[in-house]
Design a protein around this ligand. Structure first.
Ligand SMILES: Cc1cc2nc3c(=O)[nH]c(=O)nc-3n(C[C@H](O)[C@H](O)[C@H](O)COP(=O)(O)OP(=O)(O)OC[C@H]3O[C@@H](n4cnc5c(N)ncnc54)[C@H](O)[C@@H]3O)c2cc1C
Length: 442
């Protein structure tokens, strides 16, 4: 009998897993709320091209992507500029979100994946403790396994009972509220000013970016709290003062969205259920990139599903996915959530101090396709580098205290993540996940 798999929501990782599983003979259907051809956002994304190779999808045509520009980071005072210097072959690629989806869906359809559009998923269907399907506004659909690719606010994850250990919702400081718009480009800018990222702009908890591209100026306002259009426009008006390339006409994007910026979901699986992509909080916590990780996770998930020769898709057998995801991706991502927490604790002048004293430098900000993990970021630093950085803070006890707190939190998060149980036992898992989440308290 062919095993039936539902992918709930057309997230990137879900579609890629669907493609890999359909190729291996599974009967896979993706249920998506949007209409065909209307998925994603009207903007571009930057991600590691190895996401494509991880799932065996060839690179799109060269006309469909370009290399990411190096970013220049500033503190709120805008006094010290830290410009990345990424080697050409390590640069991430930038693509239109609609082209990413078109490329993914083309390969998934070729593999035999079925798509059911305009299906608004309301939640999971259970038989006892097992997820056996999904309920949508159009009906109920049953399957042997539900892959949850519904994103940050997944109604499937939200419907999972506490007994599974699956966290239903992110908490404070775990998501970024975003407004993004592409304005007409009012003037040209210097090379180093082409992609400016301001941390704690106007001492607000969040970031703003201004990317002056060929056809437009891309402006992003990201905060750790919800905000409205009026606020977004007031922040953009402030940005215009130092960034004359931001015109006054909105050409594209003009949308609000949320990104998880936290440690990956502690428990990714339950009987008949597996979360992937933003549903599983798989973004890089500091920068919010999630596309490449969700594609890489798709391969790990598809391999775990096809290695389940009992086809039970229970939490026990799906634990292989959890284990391998954490081994290959999650264990490096989770401690980065501690770096994000430091950002939420710093006052604007404290961050300016860190930049001005060279405690963070351009090398530290050069996060390329190969170094979106803490191991890679810190791996490049010797003990002497770390000592020099801490010595630089010796005259600022408040900042030193905050950095040391982050270091301790980070060490604990690394240790607890590494101690994740190797086999699934509900009691042990529930104990572990409590300890894991406690590592990331604000
Ligand atoms: C402003 C912004 C900029 C970003 N920039 C980047 C970037 O440059 N690089 C990068 O790697 N990542 C970026 N991200 C993050 C990236 O979007 C996600 O991490 C990535 O898409 C993985 O998420 P996903 O595909 O799992 O979820 P999503 O992209 O949220 O997709 C979920 C899918 O499920 C569908 N869905 C949701 N609810 C329902 C429902 N009830 N019923 C049916 N279907 C449903 C949605 O319509 C959607 O198709 C950005 C995010 C935002 C908001």
């Amino acid at each position: 009998m062919v095993n039936k798999i539902i992918v709930a929501g057309g997230g990137h990782g879900g579609i890629a897993a669907a493609m890999l599983l359909a190729k291996r003979g599974y009967d896979v259907t993706v249920y998506e709320k949007n209409a065909k051809g209307k998925m994603g956002y009207d903007w571009t994304d930057i991600f590691d091209r190895k996401g494509w190779t991880a799932v065996g999808i060839p690179m799109p045509d060269e006309s469909k992507y370009k290399l990411k520009q190096d970013m220049t980071f500033y503190g709120p005072a805008m006094e010290t500029a830290l410009t990345q210097h990424t080697e050409e072959d390590k640069k991430e690629i930038q693509m239109e979100r609609s082209d990413i989806y078109a490329h993914l869906i083309e390969h998934a359809e070729k593999a035999g994946v079925k798509f059911e559009y305009e299906q608004n998923i309301e939640g999971p269907i259970f038989f006892g403790n097992r997820v056996v399907g999904i309920k949508t506004d159009k009906g109920e659909y049953l399957a042997d396994l539900v892959i949850d690719a519904c994103g940050l606010n997944s109604p499937v994850r939200r419907g999972m009972p506490a007994s599974t250990g699956i966290q239903n919702n992110p908490i404070e400081y775990e998501q970024f509220y975003i407004y993004r718009a592409f304005f007409n480009k009012a003037c040209e800018v210097e090379e180093d000013d082409k992609f400016k990222v301001i941390l704690l702009p106007n001492n607000e908890l969040g970031i703003s970016w201004i990317a002056t591209e060929e056809e437009h100026t891309d402006v992003l306002i990201g905060r750790f709290r919800p905000f409205d259009r009026e606020y977004a426009m007031s922040q953009i008006e402030l940005l215009r003062e130092g960034n004359p390339s931001i015109g006054t006409e909105i050409l594209r994007a003009d949308d609000f969205a949320n990104i998880p910026v936290r440690q990956p979901l502690g428990v990714l699986v339950a009987d008949g259920y597996a979360a992937i992509g933003d549903s599983g909080f798989m973004t890089v916590p500091v920068i919010g990139s999630g596309i490449a990780n969700s594609l890489k996770a798709a391969k790990i998930l598809a391999d775990a599903i096809s290695s389940d020769c009992t086809a039970s898709y229970s939490a026990e057998t799906l634990w292989t996915y959890q284990k391998n995801f954490y081994k290959e991706i999650g264990a490096a991502l989770a401690p980065l959530a501690c770096v994000k927490l430091l950002l939420t604790r710093l006052q604007g002048p404290e961050l300016d101090y860190i930049f001005a004293k060279g405690i963070l430098n351009a090398d530290d900000m050069t996060i390329d396709a190969d170094s979106t993990s803490l191991g890679a970021m810190l791996g490049g630093m010797s003990m002497d580098d770390i000592k020099t950085k801490l010595n630089g803070l010796i005259n600022n006890k408040v900042v030193l205290g905050k950095v040391v707190k982050m270091g301790l939190q980070l060490a604990r998060a690394t240790a607890v993540t590494a101690a994740m149980p190797t086999t699934y036992n509900r009691k042990t898992i529930l104990r572990w996940v409590d300890e894991y989440n406690a590592c990331f308290k604000h």
